[in-house]
Design a protein around this ligand. Sequence first.
Ligand code: ARG
Length: 387
Amino acid sequence: MKKVVLAYSGGLDTSCAIKWLKDKGYDVIAFIANVGQQEDFKEIEKRALKTGASKVYVTDLQKEFVDDYVFPSIRAGAIYENKYLLATALSRPLIAKHQVLVARKENAKTLAHGCTGKGNDQVRFEITAQILDPTLEQIAPLRIWEFKTRDEEIDYAKKHNIPVNVTKKSPYSIDVNVYGRSIEAGVLEDPWAEPPEEIYLLTTSPEKAPDKPTYIEIEFLEGRPVKIDGKAYDSVSLIHKLNEIGGKNGVGRVDAIENRLVGIKSREIYENPAGTILYTSHQELESLVLDRETLHYKQAVGQKYAELTYYGLWETPLKKQLDAFVNQTQERVTGTTRLKLYKGNCVPVGRKSKFSRYKEELATYGKKDKFDQKLAEGFIKLWGMPF
Ligand code: ARG
């Protein structure tokens, strides 16, 4: 029997996929990636075996996710279409990489996933695996199987005694990891409809957030966030802590119409309190320590970095080369940003660094001024000369 390694979530789609792949003659190995989705992994493992998987791998990828995917994206200033901090997109190349590792271990030649044929995630999973091991084949059951609707899938599951949790039937499609949540479908498909409050889990609504602001200080060491209010955290706990503080203050809600890789526009809601705080505080610190030309150039790099991530091109030469550039710029991004969180807002109110390029004696309009204003006359003449 041919072995297939299926990226398994425990949901309806991938559960039906186990049975469907088995019926197509495959020996199904379920790979469960723990990226912080807070599920009962023992329970999901049992479900996979009961549904027909011959073997199950559960791998905790949270630390690798935050250290090697989330933090680099913050350092790069990557934000897709000025709104999306890429929580879902960043997790895909990591999951695919470990899926490939399981395939190697099991000597499997085929991979499978539970993505539909209209999304970005199918591209991210398959391209990553294709780059890492071009000999592997891919199957995407949802693109080719006979079920047209969710109800047909549920019927199939019932008929074959596939244990799925369809009681908590939600009209939304939700992706969760330690870094954030993505919510789509249902009433959100109407771009004019305001998202109902019930879809949010990580954030309090700004209306119900505390009437007093919360101040926090984020300390960075060479572009990596290391402390909150003077206290050191490991990378995963740091994200948890910021999600909690930000979430309480209604920080990190995003409502976006975005351009998908497959050519359509879609409407997605994001909750990313930690990402919003980190992105804002990191940018703010960079504004203090980077010279103007580097800073401006880096904005373009950040945009490209976001596109590569969104497009599934994480494992490409350009992405590595951009990392090299970004890492070089982060040598001086050490210092602290002070933020005020208040009813959905996340506003920098202070920044300091031993590498600050801000010179008070040059900026001041007071007595200490050392700026020689007479020099400006010649500068302006030469600056304008070419025109
Ligand atoms: N639009 C986001 C992306 O392409 C999230 C995709 C998954 N969203 C979801 N609700 N299942 O990265």
